[in-house]
Design a protein around this ligand. Sequence first.
Ligand code: PRP
Length: 185
Amino acid sequence: MEIKRKQYADLERLLFTEEEIRSAVQTLGARISADYEDKEPLLICVLKGACVFFSDLIRAIDTPVSIDFIAASSYGGGTRPQHEVILKHEPSQSVKGRDVILVEDIMDTGNTLLCLKRFFEETGAASVRIAALLDKPSRRCVPLQPDYSCFTIPDAFVVGYGLDYDEQYRSLPEIGILSPTVWDK
Ligand code: PRP
């Protein structure tokens, strides 16, 4: 409890409560259920940040889904477009002919998801859509938008509900803005 109390003290302010997140994820689940009514989409969780969102989202979808997990690392860095993304952990099943939904915690510059989307299209997926819990469009540097998102956020450092700073804060059930005094040291 002491550690979590300290984590809350590191927040400048809360952005979304547990209830707001729950409601937005349920709404998104209903939308995906309707859009994929006659299909069995393959939802792919992009580790690690999306893990909490992913586990709630798949349970909010009424139609049958398959799940898988990938981990990606970026090289070439920063906000430079077209940088390289390497898969550190590949999906355990073939995506050939599947309707893939890439599930991310946040779409920031868009580099990671652009590379991943292209990779799965080239690997033979029938379709590839993106579900991002948070969309930060002010930072986008590639021409890509999420097909589904729960919240559009300002250009701030957000943590909680899977999102981290230096591997901390992922287990907070809310999403908050991290105080600059923490990251601007
Ligand atoms: C975050 C996030 C996305 C990526 C988004 O991952 O989960 O994968 O950055 O950034 P982009 O739109 O600018 O490409 P991170 O590298 O922090 O790893 P994590 O998910 O393991 O925390």
